[in-house]
Design a protein. Structure first.
Length: 399
């Protein structure tokens, strides 16, 4: 259930979320957002650090020594024109919070406020990490924050993060131990041929024909080279070539993404792209170049901590409303934090189909049921209190 102390701040929580929603910013250019977050944390009396350009970290030190828990929220919006007709509609042309990060930021700020009132009870520390540039990867904001020491001084023992999720109804919490979100990589293939007149193809080396064959051949990687019990995606999203209908061009470019939940699968896909491209280039008498960009890592939730979060969620929303969700092939750079320290990234349902609040993430009509903000805030608070209140920060035997 939602505690009275969280419920008593509902008006402020909604106002915070709507303010961030009206003034969205993208990437690392979160100057207004970061300043507001910094001022809020400073007004609470927390130690505040800035890093990764517009990242903000607030540190709450408990009255006794113990573990350090990191709670993370991403703050950035998307380059998207909002089409919702609501009083808090985005005031920035072509920029919108269409993924819930405004809510993530508001929830973590309010959790910091509530937990500050419990400072004397805490045996350990809490790091409130507000991250820029989750949407724009690479480079993303997690790795620069790690490189600048966000996990040190004091050293983080456990990390937790929330994503508001419109595939779940408000009132539900989604969990998945183990691999939950995919490694999301990019590839770019340039095929170089010999251009000429479209009426004289025998005098040319056509990269367009090679590209057409290659796009189809690449689909056999998932269907024929990956164990069907494994998860993998290869999607070509961009093809670019030519300047006129009757000219065979010199170049054709293919760009796409690959997704996987296993590092071996990830490397197999990369190797097969190279092998197939090489073979088709020889068959079509064209040259090629391949560029691979590794994106987010596989997001892996710690098994024991997942059970712990399940127990917390049971208390907050009731056992029947805690859902073990399937993995998603979306990427999330929270994965880099969880590579370094054990933790859990979980979902808080934010849809309300009866109210028509059910649009998918990254839609210009995306919105959330703001009651989900109370649940997310309560989850943050309860996780910290259960780990750091009058104990050493270790998981109990029951968990």
């Amino acid at each position: 259930m939602i505690s009275h102390e969280v419920l008593s701040h509902k008006k402020e929580l909604v106002e915070l979320r709507r303010d961030f929603h009206m003034y969205p910013e993208v990437g690392f250019e979160l100057h207004r957002t970061a300043q507001k977050v910094q001022e809020y944390l400073e007004n609470l009396g927390l130690e505040v650090k800035r890093m990764a350009k517009t990242g903000v970290v607030g540190i709450l030190r408990g009255s006794k020594a113990g573990k350090t828990i990191m709670l993370r929220a991403d703050m950035d919006a998307l380059n998207l024109q909002e089409l919702n007709d609501v009083p808090y509609r985005s005031k920035a042309d072509g920029v919108m919070h269409a993924c819930g990060h405004d809510g993530h930021t508001a929830m973590l700020l309010l959790a910091a406020k509530v937990l500050k009132d419990h400072q004397s009870e805490l045996c350990g520390n809490v790091k409130f990490v507000f991250q820029p540039s989750e949407e724009k990867f690479p480079p993303g904001g997690a790795l620069p924050m790690i490189e600048e020491g966000v996990l040190e001084d004091p050293r983080v023992d456990y990390a937790f993060g929330i994503h508001l999720w419109n595939s779940l109804e408000c009132g539900k919490v989604g969990l998945r131990p183990g691999a939950m979100m995919a490694a999301a990589d990019e590839f770019r293939i340039v095929l170089k041929g010999k251009g000429g007149h479209g009426a004289l193809p025998h005098q040319c080396k056509d990269p367009v024909v090679a590209a057409a064959q290659l796009i189809l051949a690449l689909q056999t990687i998932v269907s024929r080279k990956i164990d069907p019990l494994q998860n993998a995606v290869l999607s070509v999203g961009k093809i670019q070539s030519g300047s006129a209908f009757n000219i065979i061009p010199e170049y054709a470019t293919i760009e796409g993404t690959t997704r996987s939940l296993d590092e071996t699968v990830r490397q197999t896909i990369k190797q097969e792209i190279q092998r197939i491209t090489h073979g088709l280039a020889i068959a079509n008498d064209v040259d090629f170049e391949i560029e691979h960009k590794e994106g987010t890592a596989v997001l892996h939730n710690d098994e024991a901590l997942s059970q712990f979060v399940f127990e917390v969620a049971k208390d907050v929303v009731g056992e029947k409303n805690v859902i073990f969700v399937p993995p998603t092939m979306g990427g999330e750079d929270m994965s880099f934090f969880l590579q370094k320290v054990p933790g859990v990234f979980y979902l808080v349902g934010s849809a309300n189909t009866e109210k028509g609040i059910d649009k998918p993430h990254h839609s210009p009509y995306f919105d959330i049921d703001e009651n989900s903000l109370l649940i997310g805030t309560q989850m943050h608070v309860e996780i910290v209190l259960k780990l750091l209140r009058e104990q050493d920060g270790s998981l109990s035997k029951d968990n």
